[in-house]
Design a binder for this molecule. Sequence first.
Ligand code: HEC
Length: 306
Amino acid sequence: MAAFAGRTTKQALLRAKPAFVNQKATLVSLRGKNGKKVAWLLGSLAVGGGTVVATALAQPAFASDLVLHPPKFPWTHNGHLAALDHASVRRGYEVYKQVCAACHSMKYLCYRNLVNVIMTEDEAKAEAEEALVEDGPNDAGEMFERPGKLSDHFPDPYKNDEQARAANNGALPPDLSYIVLARHGGEDYIFSLLTGYSDPPAGVKLMEGQHFNAYFPGGAIGMAQALYNEIIEYSDGTPATQSQLAKDVATFLKWAGEPEHDVRKLYGFRALIILSFLIGVTYYMKRHKWSVLKSRKLAFKPPSYK
Ligand code: HEC
């Protein structure tokens, strides 16, 4: 149908074209024997337009379209020269460890990654030793558990995805290592999601184990609200309000997904300084080398045959 409408419209346009070459002819053609052509053109346009509108109206509405986009928050690391707020990253690790780690793994992070970012090497060693890691097999061919080392990855709260689903009403808690890069809106989305729980609006039915969150595509999320005021106590004494917890854990997740963030901006800044210097030198050298060619004068001197 659309193809037919398109073809007819195109043909009509093509046929009508000569009439538009000069205005006088067009006026004549409206009244004259070309009237049929104009009627054809208008008819085809109506059919074409109708088809476009009908196609647009026939688009189904997906539940995943019903999503609230997170606002852009004024993170302290926004901007080309701003580094991450490392006190916030440290607090965010406390939130992850004490709240989120019960359900979410961060399997691409090792304890050694914490050194000099979140804690000292000795503290990180002690932190790793708190975790029991499965290792082996030993001489008897059996797996055994030992205290963690700096080179170990963060432990997974569940043995496998099936166990994780079984414990969460069938919803799989995603690994959080790169979640900031894996979701539209990045840390804005994480913050909005964690603070965006509310009662479902009238008419929205949730299944058992689902909660309403306007920022989650579709609105029904399998994760219960995880952050409340004072749910943990910060070691640096910062008041642990819900928004503070959400902001800190989002900053921590930003660091986890992009640990090179600060160095990248620093190197970018240095590269710009060096390049701007080099551009000046290059411009000068270009003028210097080309000056002979640019300022020469070519003249044709006819040979004289005397
Ligand atoms: C009780 C278990 C539990 C806790 C605690 C928990 N989550 Fe979740 N989380 C889930 C489950 C289950 C899902 C999957 C939800 C779904 O797909 O419907 C999820 C999904 C997510 C998602 C992905 C949403 C998306 O767009 O797909 C993010 C981000 C997230 N959680 C962050 C966190 C953070 C940060 C914390 C700690 C403050 C946390 N969660 C604590 C169970 C939990």
